[in-house]
Unconditional design. Structure first.
Length: 108
C-alpha cells in the first residue's frame, strides 16, 4: 500500500479557522458598536451645547452671585484717575436632554 498525501485542509483545521474568524468578527462588531454609541453621545452633547449657547446669546440664565472685576489703565501715569473698573456678573445656563445635562457659565 502506498501512502500518498492528499491536498486540502483537514476538518480540525477548518473548524479552528472558523472559530478564529468568528472571534475576530465578534470583536470587530463590539468595537464598532462602542464607537457608534460614543458618536451618538457626542452628537447629543453637541446639541445640548448649541442649545446652551443659544440661551447665552439671548441673555437668558440665572445669576450665580459671582463677579469678575476687570481693571484697565488709561495711557499715562499709574494713578487712580487713569484706572477704569468694569464689573461683569456671572450667569448660569443649563440645557438637558434624556438625562444628560450641560451647564454653561458666562459673564456680562
Amino acid at each position: 500500500m502506498s501512502m500518498r498525501k492528499e491536498s486540502g485542509f483537514t476538518l480540525i483545521e477548518t473548524v479552528i479557522a472558523l472559530a478564529l474568524l468568528t472571534l475576530l468578527g465578534a470583536a470587530f462588531l463590539t468595537v464598532s458598536d462602542a464607537g457608534r454609541r460614543l458618536l451618538e453621545i457626542g452628537r447629543r452633547l453637541e446639541k445640548l451645547d448649541d442649545e446652551a449657547a443659544r440661551a447665552v446669546r439671548a441673555g437668558e440664565g440665572r445669576p450665580t452671585g459671582k463677579e469678575l472685576r476687570l481693571q484697565f489703565w488709561k495711557e499715562g501715569e499709574d494713578n487712580e484717575e487713569n484706572v477704569i473698573w468694569e464689573v461683569l456678573r456671572e450667569y448660569e445656563v443649563e440645557a438637558e436632554e434624556e438625562g444628560q445635562k450641560v451647564r454653561m457659565y458666562y459673564y456680562r
